[in-house]
Design a protein around this ligand. Structure first.
Ligand code: MN3
Length: 337
């Protein structure tokens, strides 16, 4: 089972100049062969299918636990796409100038992925950068542990390759912040699968690094995460399970020589932004003020506070909507940040 937090893994910049073409390119990191949906579903299915798991517990724990982090990476890629699409259609919707009234979506014709606007409400889709839907053919789950771990190492290597290319293709600050973070975290997962293979077989995979040759220590958007030590940490995404990660995720980082560590608990994360409505694509179309009124009434009837309890970020600051709401309490044993 998965326990969910209403947070995103790291801070992304707020909406600025919209970039629908860049958002379409970022879709490769969502639903491409080497995208986050693929890492998530590969490790998820491998963990579901893992036979003899008690005897191989550290390896089972590693695959199952990394799957949980990948869910958050899908969420982060979606957040980046949604942020970059914000404002790319007229925000006065169908009630603006006569041109906007006649063809409010004309401005995005031929730019980016038309389905972002036609099939979706300026939101992320489970597709790659050419609009092809993500497919289960991207999942490799042979049941052979060495084969699966070797595949996972290759998958993380390809994922980092794709992330760097998106970084180099899309200059938008949100895409840069996203890829900077994912390059560092993908690097940890790449090292984790290499260490698992080394511990299991005795093969010296340190000689494969860096692969691909990405100087993350020189990429500005990677630097804060490396400075924080996030290139060395594997987070344990469970209050009570997956306790044997440290049995395989250990030893020196193959590029820096620093000690790898397991951290109890998920990363703290940050509150998601409440992105504004995009009326030209009917998102959301049903009168928002009326929905808010209904929601307030239902909360009251349920004995909850009249104000919404969720936490959202605005202008980089946390904003708590209800004065009575408390910070999230989490069953985190000793997350060191
Ligand atoms: Mn990932």
């Amino acid at each position: 089972m998965i326990l969910r937090y209403d947070s995103i893994a790291t801070e992304l910049p707020p909406p600025s100049d919209p970039d629908p073409a860049g958002a379409a390119a970022v879709q490769e990191l969502m639903g491409g062969r080497f995208g986050e949906m693929s890492t998530f579903m590969n490790y998820t299915f491998q963990s579901f299918n893992f036979r003899g798991r008690q005897g191989a517990r550290p390896f089972y724990d590693l695959v199952a636990n990394i799957a949980a982090e990948e869910f958050g990476h899908i969420e982060l890629v979606a957040t980046a796409i949604n942020t970059m699409l914000t404002g790319s259609t007229p925000t006065n919707g169908r009630a603006g100038t006569s041109v906007a009234l006649k063809s409010p979506l004309a401005g995005v014709k031929g730019i980016g992925n038309p389905q972002h606007f036609i099939a979706g409400g300026q939101g992320a889709l489970p597709q790659d950068s050419t609009g092809k839907p993500w497919t289960g053919l991207n999942v490799f789950s042979s049941g052979d542990l060495v084969e699966d771990l070797t595949h996972n190492f290759f998958l993380e290597t390809g994922a980092r390759n794709n992330k760097l290319k998106v970084y180099e293709m899309v200059e938008h600050p949100v895409a840069r912040a996203l890829t900077g973070y994912l390059l560092v975290r993908g690097g940890v997962h790449q090292v984790a699968y290499a260490r698992a293979l080394e511990n299991l077989t005795g093969a010296d995979l340190t000689k494969l690094f860096p692969s691909p040759r990405i100087p993350t220590d020189k990429i500005p958007e990677c630097k804060p995460h490396i400075k924080r030590g996030d290139h060395l940490r594997l987070y344990r995404f469970s209050p009570s399970d997956y306790l044997e990660l440290a049995a395989v995720f250990n030893g020196p980082h193959p590029e820096t020589g620093e000690e790898l560590t397991v951290v109890d608990g998920a990363p703290e994360g940050v509150p998601p932004r409440d992105l504004p409505p995009q009326p030209a694509v009917f998102a959301p179309d049903y009168a928002p003020a009326e929905i808010a009124e209904i929601a307030a009434r239902l909360r009251e009837q349920a004995g909850l506070s009249k104000e919404a309890t969720g936490v959202v970020a605005e202008n980089g600051k946390k904003r708590t909507k209800a004065a009575t709401s408390k910070p999230r309490s989490r069953a985190r044993a000793s997350a060191k940040r």
